[in-house]
Design a protein around this ligand. Structure first.
Ligand SMILES: [Zn+2]
Length: 283
């Protein structure tokens, strides 16, 4: 039956997607940088993507942190503070609303995101796996304790620091004044609980993501491509099971890479239409 659907409809047929969507009981939604970009969240990658003189791949590494924890904390402090000025966009909201609505019908929606900005959470999504961690979580470099942290500023010494312009000077904050662990008797240096370049993904989260993908009967890839990391770790195995995969992004996906459906454009425009209540839904 799945094969017949693939033959019968083109990759951009929204009505065909909606038909499958209306019957899906477990939907996995992989989201990437494009969803955050539509809320104006900077990535510090690619053309113009600089904080001071650096791009993310030069600061978001364990080596950069051990060389200069003050500078790396300034970078993350800036990113946390920027998020106070950003809000979820219609794509985040459509995903959250869909989870809530389908939940009432006994159907499941799970978000697997590479984004670290918590905009899915703020939009109201509950079932979220953050495979690259969160800007608003810390991990102790001594005891390993992880904790949610939404303080602004995260510590007194970082107040007013982290200016992004290239002429800004390093604050050179003494390491004892950077964020420290509050577990009894620890006070180790905290780091952002995000996956840095060169670090492995949390195996626990990967196992949970794979379980979601093994159980899904529809997979959406939103604001990224199913052929690039990290969605490429997941989407092809879903497609290989014969499960429909629908991409919503700005990329030009080569025809040979077409995963059943591709909807081109800003996901804040394409996704609300795709996930709105279907005529067949019982409310
Ligand atoms: Zn600790």
């Amino acid at each position: 039956m799945i094969g017949a659907v693939g033959i019968a409809f083109s990759c951009t047929d929204l009505a065909a997607f909606r038909e499958i969507f209306s019957k899906a009981s477990n939907i996995a939604i992989l989201t990437g940088a494009g969803v955050s970009a539509e809320s104006g969240v900077p990535t510090f990658r690619g053309a113009g993507g600089y904080w001071r003189k650096w791009q993310a791949q030069e600061l978001a590494t364990p080596e950069a942190f051990s060389r200069n924890p003050s500078r790396v904390w300034e970078f993350y402090h800036y990113r946390r503070e920027v998020m106070l000025t950003k809000t979820p966009n219609p794509a985040h909201l459509a995903i959250a609303e869909c989870e809530e609505r389908l939940g009432r019908q006994g159907r499941g929606v799970a978000v697997i995101t590479q984004n670290i900005d918590e905009l899915h959470r703020r939009a109201g999504s509950k079932n979220i796996l953050e495979i690259h961690g969160s800007l608003f979580k810390t991990r102790c470099t001594s005891c390993g304790h992880e904790a949610a942290n939404h303080n602004s500023p995260i510590c007194a010494a970082l107040a007013g620091k982290g200016a992004p312009d290239p002429d800004s000077k390093d604050a050179q904050i003494p390491v004892q004044d950077l964020p420290r662990c509050e577990q009894a008797g620890c006070s180790g240096l905290l780091r952002p609980a995000v996956v840095w370049f060169g670090e492995a993904l949390d195996s626990d989260i990967i196992i949970r993501a794979e379980k979601v993908l093994d159980n899904c009967d529809l997979c959406l890839v939103v604001g990224t491509s199913s052929v690039v990391y990290p969605a490429a770790m997941f989407a092809p195995q879903v497609a290989a099971r014969g499960v429909p995969v629908a991409e919503f992004n700005m990329e030009d996906t080569p025809a040979t890479m077409c995963f059943k459906f591709h909807f081109h454009g800003p996901c804040g425009t394409t996704l609300p239409a795709a996930l709105s209540p279907h005529a067949s839904e019982k409310h």
